[in-house]
Design a binder for this molecule. Structure first.
Ligand code: KG4
Ligand code: ZN
Length: 348
């Protein structure tokens, strides 16, 4: 079984080839440098950059996988792409590339859910699909655009239990980093700064929101902003005023502690109340070391993460979603699949 896959939901252009259980290639072009000067992803620039890079990213993935060009009929058993959720213009680029490759190779086109990709990324080990998930499990997706809790009963069988009502977890890391004058994407910067912190930092609230499995991170971000305004003055951001390095580190650690504690407690509470023993965490924020250690400390629950290389957006995880659907026989044999901005699961 040979699958070609594309990922273009946000600011990574990626193509991958999965053959059997073995990842033959996973080429990723990151647009981080392009968006850095705006401190966040600019959708129009993202679409244009996907358009510009996708031929080379595809070429690289095919070459590395030893697949000859031009593509011949029968080159792939399926072509997959992330059909959403994501930036509409960016999604179109992956879709068109996938449609063209499906047409050339006469393979069915499978549109997969990007967030399911973040979950299934946990199954890769050293470039092989070697650690199948054990269901049922509680899933936490923490990315730049999403924070969701799912009850997963099997591949493609996901019930959404809660999601963020405002900022996603990664977005909160990015916005706090911006307030502190740290570069985009903020998550890895905040983690690095937090590791340098010495002494006691400020206390920020934990937005546990009892009574619901939804999340809300905008209040935590506002608490950081108020703290900075009290220290530096109301217009600190506009005036370019920043804390000294030692204090930046303390704010980062305090914020990270509050975010991590909230994510872990809400996830563990949901798992326990559903009688689930296993958790899987996916998405860019799942690369965070403090989050990984906090989950590892839960003695009654076993938590799985993906290898760090597969935490951020990549087409390998998209190919794996398609493989699971092919194995289950749950896909439409189609050469056109519309992008989807919403639902998880295996619709379409
Ligand atoms: O999953 P992802 O690559 O893209 C989306 O689907 O959104 O996630 C990107 C997000 C960014 O907000 C980034 O700051 C965050 O993941 N992130 C982290 C870390 N590495 C990436 N957040 C916290 N700690 C990290 N080490
Ligand atoms: Zn993602």
């Amino acid at each position: 079984m040979k699958i070609l896959a594309f990922e273009t939901t946000c600011d990574e252009t990626s193509a991958a080839v999965l053959e059997g259980r073995s990842l033959r290639s996973n080429t990723v072009f990151s647009q981080i440098k392009l968006h850095r000067k705006y401190s966040g992803v600019v959708p129009e620039l993202a679409s244009r950059a996907h358009l510009e890079k996708i031929p080379f990213v595809l070429g690289g993935a095919l070459r590395r996988a030893g697949i000859g060009v031009p593509l011949k009929a029968g080159a792939f058993d399926a072509v997959a792409f992330s059909r959403g959720p994501g930036l509409p213009g960016a999604l179109m680029v992956g879709r068109v590339a996938a449609e063209a490759a499906a047409e050339l190779s006469g393979a069915p086109l499978i549109g997969v859910n990007h967030l399911e990709g973040h979950l299934l990324a946990c199954e890769f080990e050293k470039g092989r699909v070697a650690r199948p998930l054990k269901f049922p499990l509680l899933v936490l997706i923490v990315s730049g655009g999403h924070t969701e809790l799912w009850h997963a009963r099997g591949y493609g069988d996901y019930k959404v239990l809660g999601r963020t009502r405002d900022d996603a977890a990664g977005e909160a890391f990015d916005k706090v980093a911006k307030l502190l004058g740290l570069p985009y994407p903020g998550g890895p910067e905040v983690e690095k700064e937090a590791a340098r912190a010495k002494g006691k930092g400020p206390d920020f609230p934990r937005p546990f929101m009892p009574g619901t499995r939804d999340f809300s991170f905008s209040g935590l971000k506002t608490a950081v902003s108020y703290y900075l305004a009290a220290k530096l003055g109301q217009d600190f951001y506009k005036k370019g005023l920043r804390l000294p390095a030692s204090e930046i580190a303390l704010v980062c650690r305090s914020f990270q502690d509050a975010a991590v504690e909230t994510l872990v407690k809400k996830t563990a509470d949901a798992a326990r109340s559903l009688g689930l023993k296993r958790i899987a965490v996916g998405g860019g924020v799942s690369a965070n070391g403090a989050l990984r250690s906090a989950f590892a400390r839960l003695e009654d629950l076993e938590t799985r993460f993906s290898e760090r290389a597969y935490c951020s957006d990549n087409a390998a995880m998209v190919a794996l979603c398609a493989l699971r659907r092919l194995e289950a026989g749950k896909f439409r044999n189609s050469l056109r699949v519309e992008p989807d901005l919403g639902s998880a699961g295996w619709a379409g």
